[in-house]
Design a protein around this ligand. Sequence first.
Ligand SMILES: C[S@@+](CC[C@H](N)C(=O)[O-])C[C@H]1O[C@@H](n2cnc3c(N)ncnc32)[C@H](O)[C@@H]1O
Length: 286
Amino acid sequence: MNADARQVPPLFSETIRGDDAPGTGAATGPLKPILKWAGGKRWLVPELSRIWKEHAHRRLVEPMCGGLAVTLGLMPQRALLNDVNSHLVNFYRWVKAGLRFGLPMRNESTMYYEHRRRFNELIRQGKADTSEAAQLFYYLNRTGYNGLCRFNRRGEFNVPFGRYKRINYEPDLAPYQQAFANWEFRVGDFASVPLEPGDFVYADPPYDVEFTQYAKDGFSWDDQVRLVEWLAAHRGPVVLSNQATSRIVSLYERFGFQLRFLEAPRMISCNGDRTRALEVLALKGV
Ligand SMILES: C[S@@+](CC[C@H](N)C(=O)[O-])C[C@H]1O[C@@H](n2cnc3c(N)ncnc32)[C@H](O)[C@@H]1O
């Protein structure tokens, strides 16, 4: 709770500009994600690096940046990083502002549920944008079940204790603070991201799950369609990744994207067998 009060990030809806932040520029080497995040694409970084290297002079935009595995792997000089999850973005903004951990962090269920209760209290009190909330968010992410970020209908974080054997808390945030110095973070729906014509956009939506119109992780089929329409209208280079369901493949083809298929590291059940999930990369202007 001792991050410098003068560097409080602005409230959720506005971007924080790189030049407001301490540090002089992006760190050079790739960094690992700080958080556990569902659908992290660290495994795609080698493939994306080959595409990105021709465009490294551009601003990298991730309209749904999640755990930041890709941006931290590519280490652009300039980036605009957006996500609809305000707690996630609050955490990144505080890291950029020089977050220091003053919170006790232990891998114990009693402490976990006490910190979870306090996090929900801060949300209720309209204090979800504080340094304390950012620290609690980090602790809950590392200690909770599978790094999930889930809320009940009353808006309370309700992920259970994770039962990990060992957790290494206390990350060295200094390299992240340095990397974030020229990166902007914002909260909102992807379609509200103010793109510039020369931006390189990498979009990684929640996976499509075939045969449902309903929102999985809050992202429906209509949102998948809205995303590809939005990206197709962008004049600069675009890379889009998703699970290669047949309707996603025909949707991306219909909008004129070039497709590449890759085996994802995760396994899925297919006719009783376990097989590698198929990922599609949809490219335009790269
Ligand atoms: C698959 S994850 C991204 C993972 C990220 N590429 C990584 O490697 O860690 C998808 C992200 O989309 C975000 N999201 C869902 N709906 C969104 C929307 N309408 N606008 C912006 N972001 C959204 C989720 O909060 C989640 O962080």
